[in-house]
Each structure stands twice: as C-alpha cells, then as structure tokens.
Design a protein around this ligand. Sequence first.
Ligand SMILES: NC(=O)c1ccc[n+]([C@@H]2O[C@H](COP(=O)([O-])OP(=O)(O)OC[C@H]3O[C@@H](n4cnc5c(N)ncnc54)[C@H](O)[C@@H]3O)[C@@H](O)[C@H]2O)c1
Length: 276
Amino acid sequence: MPTDVFNLSGKVAVITGASARGGIGHTLALAFAQQGADIVVSDIDDAGVEATAAGIRTAGRATAAIHCDISNPADVEHLFLEVDHLFGRVDILINVPFAFPSRVRPHELSLDAWNRTLAVSLTGYFLCSQQAIRRMLNQATGGRILNISSIAGSSGMGRGNLPYSCAKAGVNQLTRELALEYARQGIRVNAIQPAQILTPGLKNQMAAMDPHMAQNMHDRFLSGIPLGRMLEPGDFIGAALLLCSDAGRAITGVLLPVDGGNLAMNAGGSILWPSD
Ligand SMILES: NC(=O)c1ccc[n+]([C@@H]2O[C@H](COP(=O)([O-])OP(=O)(O)OC[C@H]3O[C@@H](n4cnc5c(N)ncnc54)[C@H](O)[C@@H]3O)[C@@H](O)[C@H]2O)c1
C-alpha cells in the first residue's frame, strides 16, 4: 500500500453546505483541497460559498461555487449538471446541510416544521447521493460518499429536536443501505456522527445571548462530552479524510462518532469520580 493514502489528487469532490459562514462543510472543503482534490462547493448562502471557493483557489485547486438548496430536486439536478459540464466526473460527495426548527415539544410541532427538517436533513442527502451514484456507476471507478449525521441519530435528546433526530437516524440508515447496495461497485458510503461543535453560527448565537444563559448552555453541552471540550470544525478533518481516501479503502457502512466520547457514555455511564 502506498504511503500517501490520504492523497486526493485527481479526485473531484462535491461538498454541499460549504459556505465560509458554516462549520464542517467549509473546513472540509479547504482540507480536501490541501490534499489535492478539485472541489465543487454549494450552499444556499451564495456569498459564503464564493468565499470558500476563493480559499480553494488559493490552495491551488480548481473549484466552482454553485447555488443549491438540497431539498429542491431541480437545484440538485442543476448542481450535478454543472459538475458534469465543468469537471466531467464525481469521485466524492459530502452531504453536510441540516435544517433545525425552533425547539418545540413534539405535541406542538407543526407539520411544516417536520416536513422542512426532513426535506433538508434527510431527503436532500438522498437526492444528492442518487445523482452522485448515477455518475459513479457510469464512471465505473467507484466513489466515496460521506454523510454528516449526528449523535442525535443514535441517541434520544429529549429537548425539542424530534424531526432533526429522526432525520439523522434516517441518514444513518441511508448510509448503511447505500453502502450495501453499491459495495460491489466500489462505492463506499460512510457517516460521521458529531457531538456539539463550536461553529461560527453557534459562536455568534452564544455571543448574542445573555452571558449567564450562554455559560449555562456551554456547561450543559460539555457535561455530555467526556473529552472535556466542545468540538471544533477542524476535529472532523482526519475522520473525513480517512473515510474519503484510499486510507479507508475497506471501510463502508460505518457510522463513526467524532463526539469526544458522547455515545460511549450514553448507555448510562458517568465520568464523575469523587475526585473530579
Ligand atoms: N454544529 C453542531 O453542534 C453539530 C452537532 C452534531 C451534528 N452536526 C451536523 O453537522 C453538519 C454541519 O453542521 P454545522 O454546524 O457545520 O452547520 P453550519 O450551520 O455551520 O453549516 C451548514 C451549512 O448548510 C447550509 N444550508 C442550510 N440549509 C441548506 C439547504 N437547504 N441546502 C444547502 N445548504 C444549506 C448553510 O447555509 C450552512 O452554510 C450538519 O449536518 C449538522 O446536523 C452539527
């Protein structure tokens, strides 16, 4: 096995939800460019995704920034037609966006909020995966799909995110089903399950809050992360490169927690010793 197993030279990646005002998508786009991939970035935030494309160009890779609401089938089709036109192939797809309705108890949740959350956070992943897989099958050179799921896909949260958790559980199963359906064609499909990340969005939200409330929220998140710190977008680079490069050539159908230990603790464990 060659030593540069993380090298992505010659690969074309499509990353959705990659605005520079976002967290994981932007960070992975720049990291994958550093590893040699050419990258089509898309988002509903046009200025933000242009900024990510500028960063990719600075890293010396080819790129295009394309508007795409992943819940809209016409947008998704347009995105991939642009990829065909500009790059002629797709080797890697990373599905990142999510919709999260205002926190609300399930008995008060509107059907619109339920539908919108699933349309972006689950159906959008299916639509993009379907377009990518059609091309990967035609290319006959395999492919890699990475879905950004959440600890909420495996663990109940009990704090007003029912449709989000259901969508992420669906993403987990989408990952497993697609992995099995296309394993023989060399298309590997995996997911990452993050715990709470200090993204630019969350930082802004906390900065705008009453400081006491912000501290309270921060402490509550931390109590679920045994490593003892909130995650950062950069924490996902290693896992994503593993799953999308030859380093992970035998890995498919995996739901990988990158969660500081959250899911390990959720079976009722506690990290509290009397001395802690
Ligand atoms: N931030 C966290 O604490 C956390 C925790 C667990 C899982 N996750 C998951 O990680 C992924 C990335 O989260 P993040 O915190 O980096 O998000 P973010 O909000 O920082 O970025 C998400 C990006 O998706 C874009 N987007 C939103 N709706 C879209 C749509 N319909 N079509 C296309 N793009 C759209 C946004 O404009 C934004 O650029 C999500 O799937 C999220 O569920 C995040």
